[in-house]
Every structure is written in C-alpha cells, then in structure tokens.
Design a protein around this ligand. Sequence first.
Ligand code: IMP
Ligand code: MG
Length: 178
Amino acid sequence: MNCDIKEILLSKEQINEKVKELGAKISEDYKGKDLFVVVILKGSVIFAADLLREISIPVTIDFISVSSYGSGTTSGQVKIIKDLSCSIEGKNVLIIEDILDSGNTLFNLTKMLGDRNPESIEICTLLNKPDRREAEVATRYSGFDIPDEFVVGYGLDYAEKYRNLPYIGILKREIYEK
Ligand code: IMP
Ligand code: MG
C-alpha cells in the first residue's frame, strides 16, 4: 500500500465487481438506443475505461474537461476547459463521473449539456458523498456511497497525484494539511 494512504476504502476486487454490475445495467437500459458517453476529465478516465468494456451495446465516447466555480443551485457555474468534439443533439447522453461531492459540478454541467437538446441525459458516478451535497443531482447509476473523507486512487487525485493507484484509499490528513 502507498505510504500516504491511511486505509484502503475500496479494493480493486470490490471496484471491479461494481463496475461489472453497472456495465450490465447500462447495457440493459440502453438496449436499442444511441448511447453517447461523456467522460469528465481527468478523474473519470480510469473508471470509464473499465466501465466501457463492460458495456455490451454500441456506444460513442467523448470527453469534456470542466472546472466548477461558485456554489449552490443558482450562482454556480462550470467553466469549460475542453469541450466535447461532437454534437449531442438527439443523443442519449450518459455522463461518467468519478465522485459526486457537493454536486455543483454535475448540477451545472447537466444544465449546460441539457441546453444542447439531447434526447436524454443521465449520470453514472462511481462514488457518492451524500453528506456533502449542496446541489440536488439525480444519478441514475451510482456505485458506492462513501463517508466524508478525502479519497484518492482509481483516477481520483490530490494535487494531480495518486490517480494510478489500483484501489480507492483514504488519504492521510497530514498530506493535505501540511
Ligand atoms: P462537486 O462539484 O463538489 O460535486 O465536485 C466533484 C469533484 O470534486 C470531483 O469530480 C473531484 O474532482 C473532486 N473531489 C471531490 N471529492 C473528492 C475526493 O474525495 N477525492 C478526490 N477528488 C474529489
Ligand atoms: Mg473530477
């Protein structure tokens, strides 16, 4: 285990099992539909790479990079760092996110993508921190509810580090409080 990690919250095996489950559900729900997956950079890349291979129906993939400003449901805004490269008009969009925390990012992103006239728009998040919610976000697919702890690994970072850990771990407090 990496020495900056206090505790492994979700093992490689637990994640793998959940990803398979989510992939099967998505494949079933979108059967016969035009599935357009939007991967949010960078944290969701590892989750998306595994999840996409558990989806057995045809799928189009695109990437978006955003940063969130403000909070709450009225003043929050997302700034697009890198936009999608294709139109989502008439598509069944599924946003893949690593973690839903305050909800501000996804609240604003779904609103913004919703204005582009997709047929539907849903969210699949691997992790959910319900205690921290500020904005109401409906997630059709959610992997694990986790406590209010700062976690890294499996794509999630602290200061761009730890994304490559194969598990999800709680970061030692002294790392981000120093
Ligand atoms: P929200 O807008 O507060 O829901 O922010 C979600 C984003 O915050 C995620 O996409 C992550 O980039 C980041 N984030 C929130 N909690 C954690 C965590 O525990 N570890 C790593 N990144 C986190
Ligand atoms: Mg992120």
